[in-house]
Design a protein around this ligand. Sequence first.
Ligand code: GLU
Length: 468
Amino acid sequence: MTSSAPNAIRTRFAPSPTGFLHLGGARTALFSWAFARHHKGVFVLRIEDTDVERSTPEAVQAILDSMQWLGMGPDEGPFYQMQHMDRYREVVAQMLAAGTAYHCYSSPDEVEAMREKARAEGRKPRYDGTWRPAPGKTLPPVPEDRRPVVRFANPQSGVTSWDDMIKGTITFDNGELDDLIIARPDGTPTYNFCVVVDDWDMKITHVLRGDDHVNNTPRQINILRALGATLPEYGHVPMILGPDGEKLSKRHGAVNVMAYDDEGYLPEAMVNYLARLGWSHGDDELFTRDQLVAWFDTKHLSKSASQWDPKKLNWVNAHYIKHMDDAELAARVAPRIVKRGGNPDATDLPAVMGLLKDRAETLEQLADGAMLFCGEFKGAPAELAAQHLTDPAREALRDFAQRAANVEWTREALSATIKQVLADRGMKMPQLGIPLRIAVTGQQQTPAIDAVLAILGRDTVLARLGSV
Ligand code: GLU
């Protein structure tokens, strides 16, 4: 669905594959995805893997899996920065030739000394421009045996300002910005520079990213300007805080997106919940993916940090479970039943879903509940049986079994039969309901017993009652 229109909106998600995709990253990706979709534009995935020490193929895979799970597959990419090295070198060479970058032979120790000096004089610690060429300036002699870094010749006066899509106008004094190193002594390009070249080459029109990148933006803008590139719009998304107001971390539970899959959250619910975390459409709390795309705008992205709320996520997930088609739910829960050693084919699983879904918050809870119908029947624990399967209870159960053998096997008919037994024997519901549950399911607590009996089926129920 790649659009080739010249004015197409192009967004990107540019994760560093140094770990799994966390909730904050997933939300940023979602905003970029929704923005591109809304404008019928292009969503690009770029893997920023230049930190070779910390990047791993497993992390790349985890990012791809998470994005697929959330249904945010890219229109273009994944692209890998490590495959663009020649291009970065080419641009460095162009900038050196154009005089927008220069070789700097100051050693790290010398730069540290410059910083120290600046600090001691109450100035911002920065590189002092020793090797920055200027008209009429004589540069020091090039030291032997030292390979230079390449620095960007940042503008030395004026301001760099942009109208952030989320935070409004942000202005930095150019005098505060260092002449950034864009290539190391071994020629490898640095982080900010790779981002700039790729955003430029990929014709990115809108950058939505975490607000931990605000400080990088003036540097990136100045390099883009030096390259004569059109600037993208920038929007910096505030972070997600834990329920306690602290930075979201493992302490608050899972921060890995895929852990939510393990825990039985639906991707539909996750997308809805994540979108609402920092973006709003009036008072709407529940919306479909299509509605998100139709409504998404940057105007309603929140300027302030959002708070992770596990209870609300459960509420959203419960909503999606409740409204999901029974057969669809059954298909999603079946593998979880198998994991528990159960047999999803042992029962009418969609009917089981229909019975359980109103009270479930996660697919895991549904799978737990479904084991009543899909797991091996082991009978009731002896103590429970001894307590509840008393002589009068057994008599009532036999009475029920005899009558049930002759009725149509529906929830309604079974309910009517239970009521008849109660009436004829002068018993109250729990006096029959509890022994019935224990005899037929081995458990004292189950969903509505008439519905449970109906799904278990005549043969199973009568066989189990026959052996009490
Ligand atoms: N690779 C950066 C990160 O994972 C994102 C860079 C960007 O969005 O500009 O934080």
